[in-house]
Design a protein around this ligand. Structure first.
Ligand SMILES: [Zn+2]
Length: 484
């Protein structure tokens, strides 16, 4: 593929299920995995005369999401009927929003290894999900199925559809944007963001054009991708497919596509000829949403620091690497834990210990740092002792293990177990002299410039002192002695 000749133009649409207790327009409970058709009522089954009522909590969550996306929140928002006929849609229309969405244009900033980027958000609107179709027999797809059955539990679930501007040109950026968007929405309690269960799904609109030109090529739509890795690979595969077609002198057909993550192939789901005319018209059974402006502002003011802002601050002010910051911002709890450790220990060391040794030791227990016996202050104390060389690194790890098992005060553990580093220089010198006397062959290797053998001596020193020797100092003394 000639990467220079064409550039991609990518826009993303995200559907996120909102974390409300009940459906978008009725009081039915939201649930995942219950028996089919137990959470239904005349409204979500479309019985004649049943009237919808807008879920206030869904509106609140949508406005919070809008603020987090940097969107305007218009004074007035209305619902429309999007008409189409399908067995998963009992009313034969979906209540959605059209020209007056709950969230207007905005810009969302996200971080990539190459620096900070920004993506335009066109809009975000509220709508209801369709019911779930289950195809029985065959391979579980519609084609070849013996019968299809409908579970209406999901019908009417509140969704927030977020649409971006077609400003992306890179699949990796698209995935980075989506990861941080998901994290932001999850940490705000807007959605659980579970992509395998489909509570967050993404579609990508993709076209290519000659590099440097401003026109837009014919676009295709990659549907329902449920992992960030697949999204990235799917977009890459589609860019490659379109490039090959244009280079061979062909033309791109506007169509809806499916990316198969197993084979890496792209299949057509439907072409433009089958595209729907949804005949949108205003929903006559619902009043407009006109949120109180003071309340809208209150929601904006109460937004916590976003994961993106947090990461930016850690990298800029605390000197963390891009990757450290990415890992530590994964959950609000982990980020809070790290910040408390970093309040009493150098940030970079705090990041290393929290990401590395602490999580590694807790993994066997299936515990997270904030659920463990290790308070941030105690971990900070261990780090401080290790950096001051009051305990050797292996013994610092042993203190951590003891804290995880039984809790307690790190200094008291060091005292009680005699784990403190040897501070008497004379004692260390005597130890090194003894090791030199006992191991003439290894001493010769060291004289011959085989520095690797220092590891042997350090190992012997740690063994002889139950880990209390300072490995760095042992190495230094050894070099001094042998060189003399
Ligand atoms: Zn219902």
């Amino acid at each position: 593929m000639s990467a220079r000749a064409y550039e991609a133009v990518i826009g993303i649409e995200i559907h996120a299920q909102l974390l409300t207790n009940t459906k978008m327009f009725c009081g039915c409970a939201l649930s995942f995995g219950d028996e089919p058709n137990v959470h239904t009522c005349p409204v979500c089954l479309a019985h004649p005369g049943a009237l919808p009522v807008t879920n206030a909590e869904a509106v609140r969550l949508a406005i919070i999401a809008g603020h987090a996306l940097g969107c305007e929140i218009p004074e007035r928002s209305t619902f429309h009927r999007k008409n189409y006929f399908y067995p998963d849609l009992p009313k034969a229309y979906q209540i959605s929003q059209f020209d007056e969405p709950i969230c207007g244009p905005g810009r969302f900033r996200y971080l990539t290894e190459g620096g900070e980027k920004e993506l335009g958000i066109t809009r975000a609107h509220l709508e209801e999900d369709a019911a779930k179709l289950i195809h029985v027999g065959g391979d579980g797809r519609r084609a070849g199925a013996e019968q299809s059955i409908v579970d209406f539990n999901r019908g009417g679930t509140p969704l927030l559809e977020i649409v971006t501007e077609p400003e992306l040109s890179d699949a990796a950026d698209a995935a980075a944007f989506l990861r941080q968007l998901r994290l932001t929405l999850v940490q705000l309690g807007i959605t659980d963001g579970n992509m395998e269960q489909g509570s967050m799904r993404a579609d990508a609109n993709i076209s290519i054009r000659p590099a440097g030109s401003t026109g837009l090529g014919t676009k295709t739509e990659l549907k329902n991708m449920n992992s960030f890795t697949f999204i990235e690979r799917g977009i890459q595969a589609e860019i490659a497919r379109q490039t090959a077609i244009l280079e061979a002198g062909g033309t791109i057909t506007q169509e809806t596509l499916h990316y198969d993550p197993v084979t890496g192939e792209i299949h057509s789901l439907r072409s433009k000829e089958e595209a729907h005319d949804y005949r949108y018209f205003p929903e006559p059974d619902l009043v407009s949403v006109a949120p109180d402006r003071a309340w809208v502002e209150e929601l904006r003011a109460s937004l916590p620091e976003s994961p993106v802002d947090r990461r930016r601050r850690w990298v800029a002010d605390s000197g963390l690497s891009f990757e450290d910051a990415e890992v530590l911002a994964e959950t609000r709890e982990l980020g809070d834990y790290f910040e408390r450790v970093a309040a009493v220990a150098p940030a970079k060391s705090a990041a290393n210990w929290v990401r590395g040794e602490l999580r590694a030791q807790l993994r066997e227990r299936g515990q997270e740092p904030w659920e463990s016996n290790v308070t941030p202050a105690a971990l900070g104390e261990i780090i401080a002792m290790a950096e001051a060389r009051e305990v050797s690194m292996p013994n610092a790890k042993a203190v951590l293990a003891e804290l995880i098992a039984n809790g307690g005060d790190p200094r008291a553990i060091v005292e009680a177990k005699g784990l403190g580093a040897i501070s008497d220089e004379g004692e260390l010198e005597a130890l090194v002299d003894r090791l030199i006397a006992d191991n003439p062959a290894q001493v010769q290797q060291l004289r011959d410039g085989k520095d690797k053998v220092i590891g042997f001596f350090v190992g012997q020193a740690m063994k002889a002192t139950q880990g209390r020797a300072d490995p760095g100092r042992v190495g230094e003394l050894l070099r001094e002695r042998v060189r003399e």
